[in-house]
Write a protein that binds this ligand. Sequence first.
Ligand SMILES: Cc1cc2nc3c(=O)[nH]c(=O)nc-3n(C[C@H](O)[C@H](O)[C@H](O)COP(=O)(O)OP(=O)(O)OC[C@H]3O[C@@H](n4cnc5c(N)ncnc54)[C@H](O)[C@@H]3O)c2cc1C
Length: 325
Amino acid sequence: MSDKIERVKTLIIGSGPAGYTAAIYAARADLKPVMYTGMEPGGQLTTTTEVDNFPGYPEGIDGPTMMVQLQQQAERFGTEVRIGMITSVEFSKEKGGIHKVVADNDKEIEAETVIISTGASAKYLNLPSEQRLRCGGVSACAVCDGFFYKGQDVAIVGAGDTAAEEASYLANICNKVTMLVRRDEMRASKAMQHRVNSIKNIEVRYNTEVDEVLGEQVVEGLRMVNNQTGEKEEIAITGLFIAIGHKPNTDIFKGQLDMDEKGYLITKGKSTKTNLPGVFASGDAQDKEYRQAVTAAGTGCMAALDAERYLASIGSVEEAVADKY
Ligand SMILES: Cc1cc2nc3c(=O)[nH]c(=O)nc-3n(C[C@H](O)[C@H](O)[C@H](O)COP(=O)(O)OP(=O)(O)OC[C@H]3O[C@@H](n4cnc5c(N)ncnc54)[C@H](O)[C@@H]3O)c2cc1C
């Protein structure tokens, strides 16, 4: 552990749309934010190609480029972006208390406010063919990528409420949706099951799993296997959607911050305040409902405003700073 302890006004953990938006607002308010990017600088959008639904890009933009631009915008106002992980935290329970944080198991930092924007990770099946085609037709976000498969045949893997909802969403856009359910029934609520079963262009295959995603550069088909009989079958599809859940990246906050049973951080009312003063949560780490770049960015903005107001309330910045937004 290094001897000299650094003190920062606002520490931002995570570099997705939530983190960078928080950084833009915090830097413009002179909170001199320091950001730790984590293992995935730029966040989830760096794993996708075309982003078509973020406002301000009439022609769409590829995810990695968009995240570089967000970084540049945050740096333009003085955000210090550091490649590294926050590996442990010891949050103060007192208003005005100092939060102790360790980066890369080595560097101690004291922060007056902390903005958490550590996101969530989509779960994948982890088949080699699925991983190889993640930028070629395999997606973990139907709302984000469904449009690219308009009028085409696709498949979706999953059996919960989210999978059922995404299958219904895809059925509106695509020609046919084959839904693969591992067990002999869905986990989704009865209402969602009913909805799926009533949509004519959704075919549900029970006891069925992905054997291999077919295609070299892009998805061209799917080999399915019936886990009861071992029988294999190939279908032609252009898109495969994985809807088997997300894991919020919040393990290091366990025991200190309130979270739900899945690990999503709980925020108070319409704010980004957590149960601890001076600690704010934004983006997918606290949102299991919408999980979009623009909603993550929106809560990143809120977190910076909440942090600034908190700092003003403890006399660490002038009230007038709020006027700078
Ligand atoms: C394949 C795919 C395609 C998508 N397409 C779209 C789309 O077209 N439009 C759209 O609106 N949304 C899309 N989404 C959803 C969108 O990417 C997310 O909603 C958004 O990125 C969430 O932003 P975030 O800032 O909360 O977190 P994330 O983007 O998840 O970023 C989290 C950040 O936290 C960092 N981190 C985690 N733990 C630590 C730690 N301990 N220390 C430091 N840093 C840490 C990570 O390195 C990462 O930088 C897509 C998602 C996927 C997976």
